[in-house]
Design a protein around this ligand. Structure first.
Ligand SMILES: Nc1ncnc2c1ncn2[C@@H]1O[C@H](COP(=O)(O)OP(=O)(O)OP(=O)(O)O)[C@@H](O)[C@H]1O
Ligand SMILES: [Mg+2]
Length: 461
């Protein structure tokens, strides 16, 4: 039950809405002028206000404006004359939650009220979820740092998502925090249940199928006993399917069926097993583009894309860099028993202009490496030799960089190539030779030749 205030000078509208809404179980108040409406608002603190634009004393927009100044959680639904798009847009811009047309259609009204109440409830939960830190700009959800509007929007989405179990698709470049977000969602939804991550690109198709769905004893050579799949093992928790774009079309079809029926059979088995876990998928590719190229099933895409979280790359949220440095150094100090108190202003300036192709992970790796070797308490140029080298030679992709060295000379192609290889290696310290070759788009022998040519040591296999 919610409290609803109807402000309309048409007495018959007030009366009929009062009847109808009371029957729906709401507590209803009415007022026929703007002034009465505002007074009633103060007295009753309603959740939803249904507000006519044309009122005898003050017009609806002014009432809306006055309401915006009031504190409290409520939503305003405007009643607008039909076809008057201009007033509608104006109302929405001025902070109305929704609008309905005159003559009032009860279904439309019902929908708008339900939506408003839902959103109010979600917002209340989210407000409990957002922890405001010392600085009024910094918000933190779990351990995700973010100060920009996009990040705050993401926090809101996370808050909403944690109220249910809908499927979530997380898109973002490598190292932007996709898995971090998946874990935060998991912990805030079903933290006591298992969280199970599967990298879809790491395992061959047949194995991936039995990894996900499990298999019965003897279902294929080597299946010596029954094995439970990840969907089963996750119980009421979360299955995180990383690099979903790498899943074969064949397996995509099987996953689609699971999502449609929330049920599946183990490989070689007949019994159907229920899926209770939430499914979160992640990709660093543009899935929609892959759909258009025919490499990803569109029906599966729509199933996965119920809630989409797109994490911006670090270079598009440079404001976060100082906060991230702070946060990461605190973590590093704790883990490595160090007492680093920050980075020099000069380094911060470089950090703020650098393009961070490996995003937050690259930043974290760089800080860890610097912290391990650091002598002083403030990290400076000497602690980031590779990055400084790149910057000085003009190879580091810096904001405003134009392919020239600091002395203004253009880089040669070889220099660009060398820098690029070094950069890719640095920001992909977790990848093996094959994966690096794939990123660079070259064969292994070519890669070996380039390593030798530029005297780069690379000790992964
Ligand atoms: N907003 C953030 N606040 C704090 N730490 C972050 C943030 N974003 C990323 N990180 C940290 O950066 C590292 C990389 O994040 P994560 O592994 O989640 O990235 P990813 O998008 O899954 O990367 P990949 O595509 O390479 O798998 C982690 O240590 C994570 O904790
Ligand atoms: Mg990841």
């Amino acid at each position: 039950m919610s409290k609803i205030l109807v402000i309309d000078d048409d007495v018959s509208i007030c009366e009929s809405l009062e009847l109808y809404l009371a029957e729906e179980g709401h507590e209803v108040y009415t007022a026929s002028t703007g002034t009465d409406g505002l007074n009633a608002f103060v007295e009753t603190s309603p959740d939803v206000i249904i507000l006519d634009i044309r009122l005898p004393d003050i017009d609806g927009f002014t009432v809306l404006e006055d309401l915006q100044e009031e504190s409290g959680d409520f939503k305003v639904i405007m009643i607008t004359a039909h076809h008057d798009m201009e007033t509608t847009i104006k109302a929405m811009k001025e902070g109305a939650f929704d609008y309905i047309h005159k003559p009032i259609n009860v279904d439309e009204l019902d929908m708008a009220i339900k939506k408003a109440i839902n959103v109010l409830e979600m917002e209340k939960k989210i407000n409990g979820f957002l922890v405001e830190k010392e600085s009024s700009h910094q918000f933190k959800v779990g351990d995700i740092i973010g100060t920009t509007n996009e990040m705050r929007q993401i926090f809101k989405t996370i808050g909403v998502v944690c109220q249910g179990k809908s499927t979530v698709l997380i898109q973002g470049e490598s190292g932007t925090g996709k898995e971090l977000i998946a874990k935060v969602i998991h912990h805030n939804t079903s933290g006591n249940e298992p969280y199970i991550a599967v990298n879809c690109s790491a395992i061959v198709e047949t194995l991936l199928e039995s990894e996900l769905f499990g298999h019965e004893k003897g279902s294929f050579t080597g299946a010596i006993s029954r094995k439970l799949g990840k969907f089963e093992l996750a119980r009421h928790g979360t299955v995180f399917l990383d690099e979903i774009s790498e899943m074969s079309l064949n397996l995509q079809a099987k996953l689609l069926r699971v999502l449609q029926e929330m049920e599946f059979e183990r490989v070689g088995g007949k019994d159907s097993v229920k899926v209770n876990a939430r499914i979160i998928t992640a990709t660093n590719k543009d899935l929609k583009a892959l759909v258009q190229e025919g490499k990803f099933r569109d029906d599966l895409f729509y199933r996965l894309n119920i809630v989409l979280i797109t994490i911006p790359p670090l270079r598009e949220k440079r404001e976060d860099i100082p906060y991230l440095v702070d946060y990461l150094l605190t973590k590093i100090n704790r883990d490595l028993h160090k007492r680093i108190n920050g980075i020099s202003d000069e380094m911060m300036d470089i950090f703020l202009r650098y393009s961070w192709p490996g995003n937050v992970r690259e930043l974290e790796n760089l800080l860890v490496r610097a912290a391990v070797l650091a002598r002083g308490q403030t990290l400076g140029r000497a602690d980031f030799p590779d990055l400084i080298d790149d910057v000085q030679s003009g190879g580091a992709d810096m904001q405003g960089a134009d392919g020239r060295t600091e002395s203004g000379r253009y880089l040669t192609l070889d220099e660009v190539e060398e820098m690029h290889i070094r950069r890719v290696l640095r920001s992909n310290s977790d990848k093996n030779k094959g994966e690096i070759c794939e990123i660079l788009g070259i064969s292994r022998p070519t890669f070996e030749r380039k390593l030798e040519k530029y005297e780069i040591t690379f000790e992964r296999d």
